[in-house]
Design a protein around this ligand. Structure first.
Ligand code: GLY
Length: 364
């Protein structure tokens, strides 16, 4: 087992990565159960994993209560939050209890937010079942629902007490989902770790084909990077955590143009967004065209989009910039962009002119 600490003082917690962990999950949850039943919230897509967890709890003499929600982004809603919090309260969840969030980013975000507000905050454990949730959203305590005004606009920072990652769950994840999650893996190399980007170039194909060693290394390395960044800037106030948004501003515009539908998965939009951020950086002399080309080539080589058209989007620069104006990162009328001075040399630029972005996108 690999254990990575997220060092946040009194809110510190471990992230444990181990193949086959789900079948032994009772060992990890017993110390948090206080002799009380454990509530597990999941969706119908992960029924098999829920059964594995319930069997482990039963064998460990721990009672389990399951809440199964409808799968999909639509569950990150006020209505589902109300339904979930009512159910948690009806089950008598106490502040000292730990609710298990078993699923991808939607379940993690929704359950985390419910646990942030039930009785003004109860404990929770993240058990992420997608690559994207394992390497990004389950770690760091960002929780949210979507509203009419946009995605993730209502939420809270609420750190889990424990994150349990079983890489074997990826065996049954659709390959497209694994590939989309991989975009968040390669992001860590592009942010500040050129050696890891080189590792990604050499090992992505094996990882995506299910090679266990490549998968374990990618997950552990990504979680360690995320833990380091979150420990440095838990609430995204100093700029360190903002680096995790590489590719997200361009990507958000592409996702919005695709109506946040399955036409373009979040990770696919991030991949295209990272290629665009490097392309924009090269166009403005910040990094070399060779480096931007290397990023695009890597993404392309594994079937991720490396630009607007490759993402299946036909939109003008003006339309895409208009979507960006609704980005939650807007700050006093300016939109901070993550740009790059090279691979592993990402930085936050608050002086990007949207007119330049528009022109770049029209020419891209
Ligand atoms: N996914 C970006 C962050 O956790 O800050």
């Amino acid at each position: 087992m690999i254990e990575i600490a997220v060092a946040l003082g009194a809110r510190s917690y471990p992230v444990r990565v181990e193949r086959g962990l789900l079948a032994r999950v009772a060992e990890h949850l017993a110390p948090l159960s206080r002799g009380r039943p454990i509530v597990i919230v999941s969706d119908a897509n992960v029924a098999a994993h829920l059964a594995t967890i319930q069997a482990s709890l039963a064998a460990g003499g721990i009672a389990g209560e399951a809440i199964v929600l409808p799968p999909g982004e639509g569950s990150k809603s006020w209505a589902m939050l109300e339904r979930l919090t009512d159910r948690l309260l009806a089950l008598g969840v106490e502040r000292g209890d730990h609710v298990v969030a078993l699923g991808g980013g939607v379940i993690g975000d929704l359950v985390g937010f419910a646990c942030a507000i039930v009785k003004r905050g109860c404990g929770f454990v993240q058990v992420p079942t997608t690559l994207l949730a394992q390497v990004d959203s389950s770690v760091g305590g960002k929780t949210a629902i979507n509203t009419l005004a946009g995605k993730n606009l209502v939420g809270a920072f609420h750190q889990p007490a424990l994150v349990l990652i079983d890489p074997d769950v990826l065996d049954t994840l659709p390959p497209r989902q694994v590939r989309a999650g991989y975009a968040e893996v390669v992001k860590y190399g592009l942010i500040d770790d050129p050696a890891f980007f080189a590792w990604c170039e050499a090992n992505a194909a094996a990882l995506l084909a299910g090679d266990p060693a490549a998968r374990d290394h990618a997950i552990a390395h990504s979680v360690a990077a995320k833990a380091r960044i979150v420990a440095a800037d838990e609430r995204e106030t100093t700029g360190a955590r903002a680096l995790l948004n590489l590719g997200h501003t361009f990507g958000h515009a592409l996702e919005a143009e695709a109506d946040f539908s399955d036409r373009l998965l979040h990770g696919e939009a991030v991949a295209a967004g990272m290629a665009l951020a490097f392309g924009y950086s090269a166009a403005h002399g910040l990094c070399t065209p060779d480096e931007a080309g290397r990023v695009a080539a890597h993404l392309r080589s594994i079937g991720l989009p490396d630009g607007v058209a490759a993402a299946g989007i036909a939109a003008t620069g003006a339309t895409l910039v208009d979507h960006m104006l609704h980005d939650k990162k807007m700050d006093a009328g300016t939109l901070p962009f993550l740009l790059a001075r090279g691979i592993g040399r990402t930085f936050l630029d608050r002086s990007v002119k949207l007119a330049d972005v528009r022109a770049f996108l029209d020419a891209a």
